[in-house]
Design a protein around this ligand. Structure first.
Ligand code: MG
Length: 166
C-alpha cells in the first residue's frame, strides 16, 4: 500500500442500484426478507441495498464495481445471497487498510413501507459489516413523480477511515 499522504485521508464511496419488482419472489432488502406480494427480479437475490452498498465499498477504494467481481453472465451467482458480495468488498476494503466509518443510505420505492422495518435492516447491515448499528443509516422515500413505482432504487454513501484511525 502506498504511504503517500493521500492514503492517510478518509475515503468516500458511493453506489446505487435499481431492480424491478416481480410477483412471486421473496423481497430482500439489506438482507432482511420483507412481507410483500412481489420481490425484486435479478440474477442474484435482487437485494438492491446490498448491491448499492457493495458498489459504494468498492468505489471507495477505486476497485471497480460489483460486475467486475460477480458478472451476471456467470451462472455461479444465480440466486446468490447478496451478503456474499458485501463480504468480498469488505475483504478488499480491509486488505487496502481501511475500515468503515459510517454509511448512509436512501431507498426509493412506492411499496412496501420501509419505516416499520428500518431498524431490522439497520441491525442486519451493521452485523454484516461488523460495525455498530449507530454507524448505519437507513432512510426511505417514495418515488413522487418519477414513474418508477415498479422498481426499488437504493443509494449508499460510505466513509472509510484508515484502520489505524483513532
Ligand atoms: Mg443489482
Amino acid at each position: 500500500m502506498s504511504t503517500s499522504p493521500i492514503s492517510r485521508i478518509p475515503r468516500i464511496g458511493y453506489g446505487w442500484d435499481s431492480h424491478e419488482f416481480q410477483p412471486g419472489v421473496p423481497l430482500k432488502i439489506g438482507g432482511v426478507t420483507l412481507p410483500h406480494h412481489s420481490g425484486l427480479a435479478g440474477h442474484s437475490d435482487g437485494d438492491v441495498l446490498l448491491h448499492a452498498l457493495t458498489d459504494a465499498l468498492l468505489g471507495a477504494i477505486a476497485a471497480g464495481d460489483i460486475g467486475t467481481y460477480f458478472p451476471p453472465s456467470d451462472p455461479k451467482w444465480k440466486g446468490a445471497d447478496s451478503a456474499l458480495f458485501v463480504r468480498e468488498a469488505l475483504r478488499l476494503v480491509d486488505e487496502a487498510g481501511y475500515q468503515i466509518g459510517n454509511l448512509d443510505s436512501t431507498l426509493i420505492l412506492a411499496a412496501p413501507k420501509i419505516g416499520p422495518h428500518a431498524e431490522a435492516i439497520q441491525k442486519n447491515v451493521a452485523e454484516l459489516l461488523g460495525i455498530e448499528p449507530s454507524r448505519v443509516s437507513i432512510k426511505a422515500k417514495t418515488p413522487e413523480g418519477m414513474g418508477t413505482d415498479n422498481a426499488a432504487i437504493a443509494h449508499v454513501a460510505v466513509l472509510l477511515c484508515e484502520i489505524s484511525w483513532p
